[in-house]
Design a protein. Sequence first.
Length: 464
Amino acid sequence: MRTDLFTDPVDGLDEALSAVDAFDRALVSGLLRPQPDQAAGLAALAAAVGGTPLAARVAEAADKAAAGVAGEDHLVALAAARTALMGSVHDALTERVADITGRPRAGRDTPEAAAEEPGAHVLAAARAWLCDLARAGWQGIDHELVAGAAPVVSAMLPDLRLRRQATLLDGFAAELAASCPGATLDRVPVRRWADLWTRALLLTLPGAARPPALSTATGRLLPLGVDVQEHATAVQAQVHAVFEPADGTGPRLVRAAVSAPKPDTVVGAGLWQLLRPRMSLLAAVGECRSMELDGMPVTDKGDLVWDDERARTGEAADPFGTARVVLATATDPVTAPLDRHPARIAVPVLLEGYAVEDEGDGRLTFALAGHRLPVDTDRVPTAGPLAPELVAASAACLGLLRWDAGEFVLQPLAVETTVRKKAVAVHAGAWAGGTTDKAGARAEKAATDSVAVLRERAGKLLRA
């Protein structure tokens, strides 16, 4: 592993992000009556894509927006330019990750020609609302403007083909509503809201949300670890694994995700109760076992469309053993065009032979061959036994290499450490399939009680 590349500068990265930041600042005050500094931000975005096929359209869009007369097509062009820049940052960073890990590099995705999308009218309504947001700016939002998303989301939700766009739009609107009125905001999440606005706007275009191409996977699946993402009303577990095809072709990295709605009273280990019934893979993760797949659907982006009927539990498979033997030769998955964003980078890596440095305030750093890699223990889920103090005492760490706030960071998925003079491996997903651990069992019981109470109350409401 090329640890020296963790901190080496990436050519052109700062310039691309600077152009993105300039445009993002223009959205804060809105594009209805742009000021000179906003016009400069728009010009910076146009200049950054000046040598690309987008150049002419973006230059026109920037001029119209600077004059306060940008139409939908112009705002879409600006969003496309911003996405292209973030995509270039993503590509540069994934190239750097490939140099760090030395693994085979994934091919580039070639998007298909756009096709007619379902719900054209409701997507047009969503696009109109998003354009109104850009004109008002984050400081100009109010409850009336934000509420305009509600009927659009309601019209989208019944159509499963539009569920992705509806979920994004609904979550974005909820964040904005919680921050109204925008004029009173002390701090605006400039990059985040620009990310959400850009993605939501481009997903309203024909062909943008087309289902990915599917093939089938037959062979052995070797789980590496599970990443848990929790929100107030939803939870998702994403399993990262190595797939060894039965036909003898090279191993490749794949993912399998399961999500579920949840009440805000179900937290910690109780989350697994919501997820387990939806995916047998979680039990295999908890038991450190492989799975045998037979015709499992898989997208061209490396995401397994999980079907319990096409999987059976296999032999014991230690994730650290998998990482030491197979991970170095596994090919990374291809990234979809609209997913090319530095925040989406999550690459499994195995680190050994490091020294742990405590930076204070719970912040840890791994020092490897004279180079330092920050460790993001805040991403370690509370739904498992892996704790920051175990990471601090570890000798080996299996984790996800991410990019955050301008630097590479490591999200631990599992560690090898010493507990009571005994070498053990502790996994973030150890409780995924159930646990006899006292702390985990207590959390599960508390969640069971909460769910039972909620079901009883829901039943009363339905009978009323």
